[in-house]
Design a protein around this ligand. Sequence first.
Ligand SMILES: O=C(O)CCC(=O)C(=O)O
Length: 272
Amino acid sequence: MRKPEGGVLTKEQLDQFHAEGYLVLKGLFKQEADELRDHFMKLHAGGPIPGCFNPLPLEQSGGDILKAYPRMMHPHRVDETSMKYMLHPKVMNVLTDLYGEEPLAAQSMFYFKPPGAKGQALHQDNFYLKVEPGTCIAAWTAVDAADEENGGLFVVPESNRLAVECPQTADPNESFTKEYVPVPAGYRAVPVRMAAGDVLFFNGSVIHGSYPNKSEHRFRRAFICHYANASTVKIATHYKPLYRWDGTEADGIRFDNSGGPCGTEHVVAGPH
Ligand SMILES: O=C(O)CCC(=O)C(=O)O
């Protein structure tokens, strides 16, 4: 593995990311999407993973399908495949271009989002990660096609320029997390329609989120990672340690007890 040097994005792509706060790279993980899906379904079939994943048997989920398919938190801490994809050179090269310097990996997550699952209300990732100075960036990989029917992601273009808002309370019937940041006047939330293997990168101040999966049969699985950069001096403790491209832990970073997991769950489904 070589240190990522960037040079993979066009000027138009960089301009789009900096102006609108997000960028979709179509097909970046087209070849890999099947491996990701099969791998995480196998992990799910294996049952609870301490500190990462605590699904209940379907018959005990009490009508909330997310109890049987909760998100996995930080699977890279227990699973080599998650670490491999979190630090994948394709993603690290894109992030090197977006940051203009070396990226550091802070978090991995996997969302299963089966039919009937709630969404995650609109929010800003910087509220949780608290990267200073600068911002976190998310790499959101569609493992299935994602659209309005199955609870695909919405983003608010140009909200990357806004301050991090103090959230309101989300509707617990629609969102499995508590925080909700309304779309500010003059802005609008737009759906990001993605094919399996597309990767969406977005700035940590971008207001984004998703609605319930209203489809009958379509999972909306996504592998989601968050990153900081080499100039980071401080981040919330939940993201300790930060990893460099070669899997070594970054040093010289301060971790503090502000922030927390990306989205506080209404009912904590797992030990995270
Ligand atoms: O995938 C979703 O529905 C929401 C994910 C998200 O908002 C996040 O990772 O910050």
